[in-house]
Design a protein around this ligand. Structure first.
Ligand SMILES: CC(C)(COP(=O)(O)OP(=O)(O)OC[C@H]1O[C@@H](n2cnc3c(N)ncnc32)[C@H](O)[C@@H]1OP(=O)(O)O)[C@@H](O)C(=O)NCCC(=O)NCCS
Length: 179
């Protein structure tokens, strides 16, 4: 288990399936992800099975509150390149009662620390929709820098939206040295 200040990142268990299924069909969550279609419970079980037996290029975590040990969200690091030591991550707090209480921020900080200090990655990136102001606020407050933009990349709710790529380096390399 990976302990942050307010959350713990742990391995998935089969019992997590119903929560994951509920969250992956919640419009509040879905609008921040690339997922488009309703997800069947069986698909979620299959996803969970893969998350519990990950390929070398991915790792998945359930986010638990430290205080009551309830499962409130999911996180993953994927597209890991072990030669370049880079990876992409994604994360959400699915449980509405846990929103805006600092758990998302702590999960991000904890995941980044684990990726750098334990997995020995040196750079992490994330793709988010330009309209996801909350995620941008948290990421930029915690050292992520916007490194790219995919203009009008994703069609949703009747219009095209930009996707921004934010990244963070382990050594905190300033933007001008990035190449
Ligand atoms: C992004 C997410 C993980 C944040 O989790 P959370 O636990 O609700 O967020 P926190 O309580 O830790 O932090 C919220 C911060 O966003 C700020 N915020 C909230 N709404 C905002 C908005 N519309 N615009 C800008 N900032 C906003 C809050 O003021 C707070 O900032 P502060 O700590 O500086 O005061 C959660 O909203 C989520 O799961 N979203 C869907 C998935 C997603 O967007 N994933 C992207 C990964 S970062």
């Amino acid at each position: 288990m990976i302990a942050g200040e307010h959350v713990i990142l742990r391995a998935f268990e089969r019992e997590d399936a119903e929560r994951c299924y509920r969250w992956m069909n919640d419009p509040n969550i879905v609008r921040t992800l690339k997922s488009r279609y309703p997800i069947a419970f069986q698909n979620e079980i299959e996803w969970l099975d893969r998350a519990m037996h990950p390929s070398p290029s991915e790792r998945h975590f359930a986010i638990e509150r430290k205080d009551d040990r309830s499962h409130v969200g999911n996180a993953s690091i994927h597209d890991i390149d072990w030669v370049s030591r880079t990876g992409e991550f994604g994360l959400f707090i699915g449980e509405p009662s846990a929103w805006n209480r600092g758990f998302g921020t702590d999960a991000i900080v904890t995941l980044v620390r684990f990726a750098f200090d334990e997995m020995n990655l040196r750079k992490l990136r994330i793709h988010i929709f330009d309209y996801n102001d909350r995620a941008k606020h948290i990421l930029e407050t915690h050292g992520f820098v916007q490194e790219g933009r995919l203009a009008r990349e994703f069609y949703r709710e009747g219009s095209y939206h930009d996707i921004v790529i934010l990244s963070i380096f382990r050594d905190g390399a300033p933007e001008e040295t990035r190449s």
